[in-house]
Design a protein around this ligand. Structure first.
Ligand code: CA
Length: 360
């Protein structure tokens, strides 16, 4: 009893000293509002925001609280950019390439066809020019943008008919958004964007012939394995990085320690989403293999990939010609990719090749 009360006194005194000696601003509490593009309890992506908020609150000892509104609440899944820019929300969780219609150069900060893998791209963001270039694009819109979690290599999509050559792609109606959709349209595909909730029915009824979504974990939930046999490997989104957007005024009013906590929480949540994706995709792929033996993994034939790679180069060259900032971003990514890939080739690729040979 005595010991306990002595301990309580010491603790209370310690706390009191901390309260008295800390500067007044450091005690201020903040509740920030976050709007996410995803619906409530959206797996993996939604877990990243919840993780981030929980870490920020815990690390700040409750001084930084983040309240999350999912799409059902704010009703504007693709309005996150505008809402954070206007200060209606302090933080957003979404994907940079969704804003290419508003600000074309936001396109480059999610994933590019034939671009970097997740680890190469994180290296570009945090140790290369990535963060600086991204900030340059977002600054005029009074926002900061941070990597917000990576899906890893996305699958190339579900097809109801096998693609054996470039001709087989002619007129194929496919849900594939973003730059990859533009690239695919150069080789005869008719890209469309359809809301996730309608994708299964669209594929089942033949409104579309093919659909790319993310990877096994998120695709399994939408049920494509029940109606399509051919699951293609990806070329179009090798490292899809989500995004945390922060309103500049919100950021500026936070004391330096809470800025550091928020930055750390976002970075850690992003990394955790990448490994969470590996975990969930491995589980989901095992279950598809077991329960849907109809599903066959296919690589696109060589003539398709060659044509798509050429179309990609052409569109990038056009984008670089039209805009000086786009040119700098494209060149920075190309240069970084080349250098990083030389190393990936002698490390990760060499290791995987060795393993594959051993297991043959
Ligand atoms: Ca996708």
């Amino acid at each position: 009893m005595k010991i306990r009360s002595a301990l309580a006194t010491i603790l209370a005194f310690g706390l009191l000293t901390a309260v008295v000696s800390a500067p007044a601003t450091a005690q201020e509490k903040f509740t920030l509002r976050l709007a996410e593009t995803w619906g409530p309890n959206f797996p993996i992506f939604g877990d990243a925001t919840k993780n981030m908020a929980a870490m920020a609150e815990e690390m700040s000892n409750g001084r930084l609280k983040i309240r999350i509104d999912s799409a059902n609440k704010h009703k504007a899944p693709l309005g996150v950019f505008d809402m954070v820019k206007a200060g209606q929300y302090d933080i957003g969780h979404s994907a940079s390439y969704y804003w290419k219609g508003k600000v074309p150069n936001t396109l480059f900060f999610t994933s590019m066809p034939f671009g970097m893998t997740a680890d190469e791209q994180y290296a570009w963001f945090y140790h290369g020019d990535g963060m600086e270039l991204m900030q340059e694009v977002y600054e005029p819109h009074n926002m900061l943008s941070f990597p917000g979690g990576n899906t890893g290599v996305q699958m190339g999509g579900w097809f109801r008919k096998e693609i054996n050559s470039l001709e087989d792609l002619e007129g194929v109606k496919m849900r594939i958004p973003g730059f990859a959709g533009e690239v695919f349209s150069e080789v005869g595909v008719s890209p469309t964007n359809i809301a996730p909730g309608e994708l299964y029915t669209a594929l089942e009824r033949g409104t579309i012939d093919a659909v790319e979504w993310v990877g096994p974990a998120l695709d399994l939930r939408l049920g494509f394995q029940q109606i399509a046999d051919y699951y293609y490997t990806g070329w179009h989104e090798p490292a899809t990085e989500l995004q945390f957007l922060v309103n500049q005024k919100t950021w500026d009013k936070l004391p330096a320690d809470l800025q550091a906590i928020l930055r750390t929480a976002m970075k850690t949540a992003a990394y955790d989403m990448m490994i969470h994706s590996v975990h969930e995709n491995s589980k989901a792929w095992a279950s598809i293999r077991e329960e849907h033996p109809n599903v066959q993994i296919k690589n696109f034939p060589e003539d398709v990939l060659t044509a798509v790679a050429e179309a990609n180069d052409k569109l990038l060259a056009e984008a670089a010609e039209e805009d000086a900032q786009a040119k700098r971003i494209i060149e920075s990514q190309a240069k970084y990719l080349k250098n990083a890939r030389n190393y990936t080739d002698i490390s990760l690729r060499a290791y995987l090749n060795t393993m594959a040979e051993l297991n043959e």
